[in-house]
Design a protein around this ligand. Structure first.
Ligand SMILES: Nc1ncnc2c1ncn2[C@@H]1O[C@H](COP(=O)(O)OP(=O)(O)OP(=O)(O)O)[C@@H](O)[C@H]1O
Ligand SMILES: [Mg+2]
Length: 440
């Protein structure tokens, strides 16, 4: 079949080959001088758990094929075999090698994932984030349910993965379900599976995410969007880890850790009768609140550098891209309504568009280029007798609008841009305030 073959006359010689050269497959007999083939398989599995072994067992001998499988063999071949069996051998060899390759690959991918979600890769030095990470470290290796809250883009999923990959469940699946993105009718079968014929399109049996995640973690994203009907079913899973697939009366039991996340105010949703209070308490065993980026500005320069480094590593040509002090200043002043995700996307765009050299203020989107100095314009002192609030605010607005119009020679498009307003909003305000060039 084109494979390179090494041979050994006994188990000790075989171990010498196994430890000194990279192998894809071991084929061995059971009866050999010295150590038996089954013991050899055990020893090989200890040092190379991914290396598949096929054991050649004697037909009707005391060591059955079952013993070979128990020892950790991938499969067995019964002696004697003749020309007619060669096809079987060929297929078996191919399958065993493929299996070993997949296992090794899977191990590498897993370790990359572990690497990626190590605490060191969660960037930030703000007290607020350190506080979050303290909790994460303490509860990662427990089975406690965690509820992660925070605005969009703050890192909820990142934290959920860090919890999983730093727990003893790390070698099992981390399964994400976005409760907001899946239509209600489908979500139940997505979570719990269905049997054939359960509904019109259920042409075959389907495993639910809770079964797939058995032994691992289920991450329920956007939990606030779950319908009340499903909330009841989820409550039961949290209480006793049991559920029934859609259309089935058979109760399944799983061992799953649940992590949920939301950017909604669940306590408000409870008051509005949209979210079950009992479910909330079941989920909120360990609450983790990730503050928005604007409330932990110390993290901005670190994250910026982190994303810039990552982009530079990915770039194939040209030298490393840097950013100017002006850009750094503006990025640090920005409010980041889209939080870390917005920052990550901005850096990615800037690096790609620039291609090489230094990113300058002019490369930034328009909103970043205005210095916010005027945002801190002083309000008038309130005299002892008070002041007419609405009138003062009106006057202030009118002043700003007139200034912008003057600067742009009454080009309403550009004036609106200068003020960060919609053109229509600006025009409405001009009308309402009856502003004209005479007011300048
Ligand atoms: N502290 C951090 N260090 C490094 N990367 C981070 C950090 N926080 C967030 N990120 C990155 O920012 C992006 C957004 O994070 P994530 O997807 O976890 O946010 P989210 O809260 O789930 O957002 P959404 O509500 O939009 O789903 C991801 O690429 C994530 O890796
Ligand atoms: Mg998310």
């Amino acid at each position: 079949m084109g494979h390179v073959v090494s041979t050994a006359r006994n188990a000790a010689d075989a171990m010498a080959v196994v430890t000194s050269s990279p192998l894809d497959l071991v084929l061995c007999d059971v009866k050999m001088p010295g150590i038996s083939g089954l013991e050899l398989v055990r020893q090989i599995r200890d040092i190379h758990p991914d290396l598949p072994c096929i054991v050649v067992t004697g037909y009707g001998s005391a060591e059955s094929s079952l013993d070979a499988l128990r020892a950790g063999a991938f499969w067995y071949l019964e002696k004697p075999f003749d020309q007619a069996h060669l096809d079987v051998v060929r297929r078996l060899v191919e399958q065993a090698i493929e299996h070993g390759r997949l296992k090794a690959e899977n191990r590498i991918l897993q370790s990359q994932l572990h690497q990626r979600y190590r605490f060191e890769n969660i960037v930030g030095s703000s007290p607020a984030l350190r506080c979050v990470l303290d909790v994460v470290e303490k509860v990662a290796d427990t089975d406690s349910t965690v509820l992660i809250t925070g605005e969009s883009g703050t890192g909820k999923e990142l934290i959920a993965r860090a919890l999983h990959y730093n727990s003893r469940r790390a070698d099992r699946m981390f399964v994400t379900v976005n409760c907001g993105a899946i239509p209600e009718e489908l979500l139940e079968s997505e979570l719990f599976g269905h049997v054939r014929g359960a509904f019109t399109n259920a042409v075959s049996h389907r495993e639910g995410r809770f079964s797939i995640a058995n032994g691992g973690t289920v991450f329920l994203d956007e939990i606030g969007d779950m319908s009340p009907n499903l909330q009841v079913k989820l409550l039961r899973v949290l209480q006793d880890q049991t559920f029934e697939p859609v259309g089935s009366s058979k109760t399944l039991k799983v061992n799953v850790r649940v992590i949920a996340a939301t950017n909604q105010d669940l306590e408000y949703a409870i008051r509005e009768k949209l979210f079950r209070e009992d479910l909330y308490y079941r989920l909120n065993v360990i609450p983790i609140e990730i503050p928005p980026l604007r409330e932990r500005r110390e993290d901005i320069p670190l994250l910026l550098q982190h994303f810039l480094d990552a982009m530079n590593r990915e770039k194939s040509k040209g030298g490393a891209i840097t950013i100017s002090q002006g850009v750094l200043d503006r990025i640090c002043e920005h409010d980041w309504p889209g939080n870390v995700r917005e920052l990550e996307n901005l850096i990615e765009r800037l690096v790609i568009l620039r291609g090489e050299g230094e990113i300058e203020v002019d490369d930034l989107p328009h909103t970043f280029r205005q210095r916010p100095a005027t945002l801190h314009a002083e309000a008038p002192r309130i005299p002892a007798g008070g002041l007419p609030f609405n009138e003062v605010v009106d006057r202030f607005e009118a002043d700003l609008i007139l200034q912008a119009l003057k600067q742009t020679h009454w080009n309403k498009n550009r004036a609106a841009q200068l003020l960060g307003l919609n053109r229509t909003t600006l025009i409405e305000k001009i009308k309402k305030k009856r502003l004209s060039a005479d007011d300048e």
